[in-house]
Design a protein around this ligand. Structure first.
Ligand SMILES: [Zn+2]
Ligand SMILES: [Zn+2]
Length: 276
């Protein structure tokens, strides 16, 4: 079984429509796909119809932007969430609202640095302002010659201390976990290798996440190295968390890992899908 439990469509900052994304997953041999747009469930209906057509199984997912210990931005993937849970939908709505306000301040900051029109520019890559993320601004900056490609944008812009960076009041990590669980979903700590935490702090994060009700961790992530696959497999076992597998695919040519292209789960861990 080819299982990919983390990817993005145009409902957040992916390049493909939900239907096109599911079509690509099917063409790439994915059997089970979770669509996990940032703080948004609006792509799931279209994705479900496409999954029916292609005969693949779609898991309703979301990726919630949250904050741990007041400073570290941590992503939590929810798998198998319900799309009409009041608590989850209300929480996501608040995040999207503050995302739109942040986008305006990001554009103001870029304008002060001599880059006009960033809000309108970024909006050409997103359906509306409540979806705007750094990725959309990065596409605008690279397509307009301010950086070589979307990745090198982050050497000069949109990060702390550089033009275009604006802090965001995300949800608290414990709230993100709570909303996911209240809607019947499983909370998965996304791409832990990306947070750049020292070993001891990573262990504290995993322990606290589990104690809040988190159940799984992405062992196989498109942003992990093979060494990190092994490292997080060990940590998953140690902390009694199940293991997830997700490419974090955003679009052709933009992601390091293609849909469904990750290796098999390392032996000895319990996959998050074991109980499905
Ligand atoms: Zn993420
Ligand atoms: Zn993601």
């Amino acid at each position: 079984m080819n299982i990919d439990l983390h990817c993005h469509s145009r409902a957040s900052d992916g390049l493909l429509s939900p239907a096109a994304l599911v079509g690509l997953a099917a063409a790439r041999g994915v059997d089970v796909l979770a669509l996990t747009d940032h703080d948004d469930l609006s792509g799931l209906e279209e994705a479900a119809r496409a999954a029916d057509e292609h005969g693949i199984r779609l898991i309703n997912g979301v990726e919630i932007s949250s904050v741990w210990r007041d400073e570290l931005s941590v992503h939590v993937v929810g798998l198998g969430v319900s799309t009409d849970d009041v608590e989850l939908c209300g929480g996501l709505e608040r995040i999207r609202h503050s995302r739109a306000a942040r986008a305006e301040r990001m554009a103001d900051s870029l304008a002060k640095a001599g880059i006009p029109g960033a809000l309108e520019g970024a909006l050409t890559y997103a359906g509306n302002a409540s979806l705007l993320s750094r990725t959309h601004f990065a596409r605008f900056l690279s397509d307009n010659g301010y950086a070589r490609d979307t990745r090198s944008v982050f050497n000069h812009f949109l990060v702390p201390g550089k033009p275009g960076y604006v802090e965001h009041q995300w949800a608290l990590l414990e709230d993100a976990v709570k909303w996911i669980r209240s809607s019947g979903g499983t909370a998965v700590l996304a791409h832990p290798g990306r947070y750049g935490l020292p070993r001891a702090t990573m262990r504290e994060l995993l322990g606290e996440f589990r104690d809040m009700g988190g159940e799984a961790v992405e062992v196989l992530s498109g942003s992990h190295s093979p060494e990190q696959f092994r490292e997080f497999a060990m940590l998953a076992k140690e902390f009694g968390l199940t293991a997830s597998r997700g490419s974090d695919f955003h679009g052709p040519g933009e992601s390091r890992t293609e849909l469904g292209a990750l290796p098999l789960m390392p032996p000895g861990v319990t996959p998050v899908w074991q109980s499905w």
